[in-house]
Write a protein that binds this ligand. Structure first.
Ligand SMILES: *[C@@H]1O[C@H](CO)[C@@H](O)[C@H](O)[C@H]1NC(C)=O
Ligand SMILES: *[C@@H]1O[C@H](CO)[C@@H](O)[C@H](O)[C@H]1NC(C)=O
Length: 208
């Protein structure tokens, strides 16, 4: 067994590196802002499609995807993906583009540091309903900048896989960020909301 750093040391490192606390989660009653915050903080999502593959044809099929809604600190709210038709879930999407995407602050340090179980509503998580389709032109340029800045290894993914950029087109946002049941946010409210406070955003820009 290698010597693990002591918790006190980890805490010190966490604090000095900024860890959880460089970004502050919006107040839970500002549901649309919380949703935007979670969507921007998470680098990956679980995406459920309707399977077209035996022996689970017609059943939900949940799979992991790298996502980005914008370069660090510059959130659009739209989860972009880098996909290939060789991928099993993408083959499902060719038949039925409808999908569900979920992201949780359990994917960041936040919930562990706060002592929130991933299933606790305090460990904020969102579920997006919608569909996935390819983007082209200037939107593909933005998708590329968003994804490659946060997933640098994508740049070297094999070109013979014919990767393309896609967006998750949101039709409904579901949010668990507090007790009292799931809350819904319309796409309009979601895209209007700002994940970070303006003053905070300046502070954040200063620390990056
Ligand atoms: C993007 O280009 C692809 C391939 O040419 C096409 O099938 C698709 O419809 C286009 N998508 C949009 C949103 O224009
Ligand atoms: C995209 O989402 C909007 C709602 O945000 C919806 O009105 C529209 O029909 C969707 N488009 C597609 C191609 O799914």
């Amino acid at each position: 067994m290698s010597a693990a750093p002591r918790p006190a040391l980890l805490l010190l490192l966490g604090l000095s590196l900024g860890g959880c606390c460089r970004f502050r989660i919006p107040p839970h009653e500002q549901v649309a802002r919380v949703a935007r915050f979670v969507a921007h903080r998470c680098d990956w999502a679980s995406m459920a499609t309707t399977s077209t593959h035996s022996p689970v044809v017609g059943q939900p099929f949940s799979n992991v995807f790298s996502v980005s809604d914008g370069p660090e600190g510059s959130s659009s709210g739209v989860p972009y993906l880098y996909l290939t038709h060789m991928e099993v879930s993408v083959q499902d999407l060719q038949v039925d583009p409808r999908a569900s995407l979920s992201m949780s602050l359990a994917q960041t340090d936040y919930c562990r540091q706060q002592g929130f179980d991933p299933q606790s509503p305090l460990c904020a998580h969102i579920i997006l309903s919608g569909s996935v389709y390819q983007v082209n032109g200037t939107e593909a340029d933005f998708a590329k900048k968003s994804l490659f800045s946060r997933h640098p290894e994508m740049i070297d993914w094999p070109t013979d896989h014919n990767w393309f950029f896609a967006k998750f087109n949101i039709t409904q946002v579901w949010v668990l960020d507090y007790f009292g049941g799931i809350k819904t946010v319309s796409p309009e409210e979601y895209f209007k909301a700002t994940p970070f406070k303006k003053i905070k955003a300046q502070n954040v820009a200063g620390t990056l």
